[in-house]
Design a binder for this molecule. Structure first.
Ligand code: FES
Length: 316
């Protein structure tokens, strides 16, 4: 069985289950697919393959082709979005990386940093397993609070739990899940099924359209902090312009919500948060090295426990 659709005015038929990226290839349309590899499960993190399909902007590599779909890969709006995606990836790299391509970036910004710092369901900061009593004890000594011993849910598990009525609230930040997660229709179903969905966003994108509350947040040009790339290089950013209107940084939004709920998070600025990480790392027993990269960027390397790590030569 095949699926007929129309891409840039050209009729094309692809096998059932094919993605829009497959359809583009079948139609001879050249579509950038920076983070896609046919041998791997789609990551959909680069967003260089954005297209307009059925009135929505979607990542072609994870969007299934549907019968009769009309797809636009060349319109000015979608080309600008793809250009912005590439610019965002490039902006997080030091200049030499663009020349030698020795570093790679995950384009959902700071996925690596968030993972390193423990924003995952099963590892603690520095990748100690939450199921390991010794790792929990180290974290509890830093935080002064008990750490639950059971892992939380991964993103697909959260969406599944929401669809089944078991997840009551979702707070999404730094990601347009409907555009980047596999099977966007099922993601949208999960968001609609969840009683409370809060989204931090710059624009009223597809995920924000399914939210109960949208909190306007600043772009990377409008805030201070650090992003960590795939080589574990901390890249310092500084606000170039003020956020528009009432938008705040994600950091400030988390602070404000924590304060409103009667609990400060203990580090009022990004600099103090990074200082807390540096202070806590010796107690978490993760070796941390520091050096200066080109252009004055601050580079910190966080090796994984028990693994020999070869950093980029500039980091050494
Ligand atoms: S190829 Fe990277 S998001 Fe589609």
């Amino acid at each position: 069985m095949t699926t007929p659709l129309r891409m840039d005015g050209v009729e094309v038929e692809v096998p059932d289950g094919a993605t829009l990226l497959d359809a583009a290839r079948a139609a001879g349309v050249e579509l950038p697919s920076l983070c896609h590899d046919d041998r791997l499960r789609p990551a959909a993190s680069g967003r260089t393959c954005l297209v307009q399909a059925g009135g929505r902007t979607v990542a072609a590599c994870v969007t299934p082709a549907e019968p009769g779909m009309t797809v636009d890969t060349v319109g000015e709006a979608v080309r600008n979005l793809r250009r912005d995606a590439v610019a965002l990836i490039a902006s997080a790299l030091p200049p030499h990386a663009l020349a030698d391509a020795s570093l790679s970036e995950l384009a959902q910004n700071n996925v690596q940093g968030a993972s390193d710092i423990g924003a995952l369901p099963d590892p603690l900061p520095g990748y100690g397993p939450v199921t390991d009593p010794a790792a929990r004890a180290r974290a509890e000594a830093v935080w002064g609070r008990a750490v639950p011993p059971a892992p939380g849910l991964r993103i697909p598990e959260m969406f599944e739990a929401a669809r089944k009525g078991r997840l009551k609230a979702l707070w999404i930040t730094g990601e347009d899940a409907c555009a980047t997660d596999p099977d966007s229709r099922r993601v949208a179903e999960a968001l609609d099924a969840c009683p409370l969905v809060v989204v931090n966003e710059l624009f009223l994108g597809e995920t924000a359209r399914h939210a109960d509350v949208v909190l306007p947040v600043a772009s990377w040009l409008e805030k201070d902090g650090t992003f960590v790339n795939f080589d574990r290089r901390f890249q310092r950013v500084r606000a170039a312009v003020r956020p528009p209107g009432t938008a705040r940084s994600d950091f400030a939004v988390v602070q404000a919500v924590a304060t409103a709920m009667g609990s400060g998070v203990g580090c009022p600025t990004p600099a103090e948060a990074l200082a807390e990480c540096a202070a806590g790392r010796s107690r978490l027993r993760r070796p941390l090295t520091r050096s200066s990269g080109p252009g004055g960027c601050c580079a910190l390397a966080l090796p994984l426990a028990g693994q020999a790590r070869r950093s980029n030569p500039v980091c050494r």
